[in-house]
Structure formats: structure tokens, C-alpha cells
Design a protein around this ligand. Sequence first.
Ligand code: IPD
Ligand code: CA
Length: 268
Amino acid sequence: MEIIEILREASDRIYENVKHLAGTDHAAGDFGIGAGGDVSRNIDIVAEKTVLDYLKEINFECIVLGEECGRVDLSENPKGYVIMDAIDGSANAVRGVPFFCSSLAFATEDKLSSITDGVITNLDNGDTYWASKNKGSFFNDVKIQVHNKDPIYKIIGINTSGASKELMRRMDAIFENHNHHTRHFGANALEMAFFARGYMDIFIDLRDKIRIQDIAAGYLIVKEAGGLLLDANLKPLDADLSYETRVSFIAASNQEILNEIMSHINEC
Ligand code: IPD
Ligand code: CA
């Protein structure tokens, strides 16, 4: 079985197991602080267990790096890492806001740049975004590309959750500009998938807060859809897979929109 098929099957199983949970009291149950540093909710635990059970069932030899469960070695001879955010957008999922997803990626080394496969599943409806290295990005079975025409409305995705005053001040000019329709939906991985599908012209997260689990699958899906994916210094995004690592990134559909938006971000 191809790795992408394994990740897709695991994602489908998450959807089946959590689709009736969102917004219920049962979703919210508190399981203490997870490996990623946030409170693990019952819906997170159900989703992670689904993946772990499936990988064990098929004897997939790997190391799992889960946002809640931490590192789980499923073999002494692992083929690589499964980077798992079983529920991205947990706050939305617990409240029942229909914007949350799973994010599963496979990396051969301890580096984002070694990711070969990624799957993001919209857990509100089961839609799947997926990519394998050098094979393109797909929405269900349709190939997707970032938006490359001159947009009628410029949609600028910006993650502002918990952003510092200083960062908000640096981005003032973006918010003030009437041609920029800014958006923030609350599940970074699904926002990266939406960007890859052409729903946004640029998606920015400069908070230095995002974990590897939240962006691993999106990393490949954005790149395979033809997006530019850069760090805060406008260098190609890369990072190790450690639990301490936090990144900032900019996903842009082309150099022109990147230049335009960066010209509105002050250094200060
Ligand atoms: C969160 C979401 C959210 C982002 C937070 C993340 P989680 O992931 O991606 O959009 O603003 O920084 O922690 O905690 O729901 O997996
Ligand atoms: Ca999560």
C-alpha cells in the first residue's frame, strides 16, 4: 500500500469517528496538557487513537509525532515519521464551528523538506486535500493549483490569533487597504489547503507560534499546488520536526502578490 493511501485511509477513519462529536459536550472532555503544549480535548484523543490503532493494525513501521500523544515509536526499523495533528482547529471543533480538519504527513527525515506525502481532511464534510512529492496536489480526485489569475477580490488570509500588538501594528497597512479582504478561519492546516485550492491569494502566519504538526501536510500541499512557501526572512521554509520548533510562514500564489503584501508590512 502506498504511503499516501495509508494517510488517506487514516484520515477517512478520523472523519468517521469524529463527525458526530463536534460541538457536543463529549468533544470537550479535558485530558490535560498534550505534547504540543495545549489542553488535549476528548475529540483530539479520539482522533489520535483512530490513527494510532490503524497504523498498528497494518503494522506500518514508523515513528508517530502526534500533537497530543507526543513521539510514539511503532517500530525499531522505522521508514520515517508520521506527523499528526489529528484535529487542527480544536477550538472550532469543540464549539461546533464547521471549520476544522485532520492533518497527516509523512517525512523520511527530521525535516519539513523531507515530507513526501500529506493529507488534510475537512472534518466537517470529509473532503480531502492531498499531495505526494512531485505528483501534484489534489482536492478529492481533482488536481488543484494556487490562484494565478488577477483576482477580482484579493483574499488575504492572516492568522491573527494571539498576535502581539507589535505584529498587529506592523500589519496595519494590510488591514487598512480596502482592496485587501482579510480572512482568518481558525484551522491553519485547512487554511493552507484552501490557499492551495485558490481560495486565497496569500496566507500569512507571522506569529512565531505555529507548530510543525499544524503545517506539515499543508507544507507539501501548498508547494505541489505551485505556491511559494517562505519563512519570515523570505527564504524557502524549512525546519526540524521537534516539539520545541515554532515557525512563521508566508504562502503566496505568486511573486507579485508576495511583493505587494510585503511592501505593506513594516519592519519596526
Ligand atoms: C491551532 C490552529 C489555529 C492556530 C493555532 C493552532 P490546534 O491548531 O491551527 O488556526 O491559530 O496556533 O494551535 O491547536 O487546533 O491543533
Ligand atoms: Ca490539534
